[in-house]
Design a protein around this ligand. Structure first.
Ligand SMILES: NC(=O)c1ccc[n+]([C@@H]2O[C@H](COP(=O)([O-])OP(=O)(O)OC[C@H]3O[C@@H](n4cnc5c(N)ncnc54)[C@H](OP(=O)(O)O)[C@@H]3O)[C@@H](O)[C@H]2O)c1
Length: 282
């Protein structure tokens, strides 16, 4: 069986390919992206560009099960178009089972809301794919760790309100995706890849402070203050809009979901935020 990973050159895609290799079995892997030369043997690299649908149809040829990993493209409308192009190309190429990486907080919404394209992609997939599985990711623990240095410089971990978030390690999401691709009985299922517990803003500031030995306080700001700080840090507007949308969903509790899905699909316990922060180079 040929298993395709679309978005294979990225951090998640590389780890899914590594997980498939470790798990072995009777399959061959195809890694698809705009940089197929980065795909490591024994996987086969193929060129496919979410912005050029014709390249995707060719890239997905002969693939039986396909994982679609979204591009980190924040241009308004881009992600929705890319998802639709990838799903259509997969269906036209005869892919039998499509696994979509979607996100927690997905619900009916309109662009440019951050989660609108995930909603339209899920709906399009359900309507058109012969078989599908949706794996909704929680917020990456590694992404929080990445912002630690900026927060530690100011001593403030900002939020729009207190929130509980079940941060998931990207590696655990990858292992869960590999479990779906190699397993049976996942057609028609929605899974939520989450960490083992939901952590408050105050708890994550305390953890980051403990790991770094520097003071850090979770601080509630209003939207204008948060936006102003991000502008001052030199972050481009599209990213700021995305960060604000994510924060709003944090406060609404949309990432406050703890499931046993990673353990069930990956066959191992998901890592806690503490474990991920501890393993992150300072
Ligand atoms: N849950 C969270 O907290 C969180 C945080 C950050 C990101 N994300 C999402 O999770 C996704 C996967 O994460 P990641 O860490 O693996 O991201 P990443 O390292 O940026 O990987 C993105 C992948 O998308 C591919 N890609 C980008 N533009 C493309 C295009 N036009 N056509 C085909 N492929 C394209 C890239 O390959 P080439 O550039 O080689 O084509 C790469 O393989 C991200 O893209 C983003 O949507 C989630």
């Amino acid at each position: 069986m040929k298993i395709g990973i679309s978005g294979a050159s990225g951090q998640l895609g590389k780890t899914v390919l590594a997980e498939l290799k470790v798990r072995g079995g009777h399959h061959s892997a195809v890694g698809i992206s705009r940089t197929p030369e980065t795909v490591q043997s024994p996987a086969e690299g193929r060129h496919g560009d979410y912005d050029r649908p014709d390249t995707l149809t060719k890239a997905y040829e002969g693939v039986k099960r396909l994982l679609i990993i979204p591009a980190a493209d924040v241009r308004p409308g881009a992600r929705g178009r890319q998802f639709a192009a990838a799903i259509d190309a997969a269906v036209n190429s005869g892919v039998e089972h499509i696994v979509l990486i979607s996100s927690a907080a997905t619900r009916e919404a309109e662009e440019p809301e951050m989660f609108a394209p995930y909603w339209t992609a899920e709906q399009h997939l359900i309507r058109t794919a012969p078989r599908w599985t949706i794996l909704r990711m929680n917020y990456y623990a590694e992404s929080l760790a990445q912002t630690a240095s900026m927060s530690l410089r100011s001593g403030i971990l900002p939020g729009l309100g207190e929130s509980r978030v079940a941060f998931v390690s990207r590696d655990d999401l990858a292992a869960a995706a590999a479990g779906i691709l190699l397993g049976e009985g996942h057609a028609g299922a929605f899974y939520n890849a989450t960490g083992p517990d939901a952590v408050t803003g105050a708890q994550r500031a305390a953890l980051m402070s403990e790991m770094s030995g520097k003071p850090l306080h979770f601080t509630v700001l209003d939207e204008a203050q948060l936006r102003g700080g991000l502008v001052q840090a030199g972050i481009p507007k599209e990213y700021i809009d995305a960060m604000i949308d994510i924060e709003k969903h944090f406060v609404a509790g949309d990432f406050n979901i703890v499931t046993g899905d990673v353990e069930r699909l990956a066959g191992r316990r998901p890592r806690s935020l503490r474990e991920v922060l501890k393993a992150t180079p300072k």
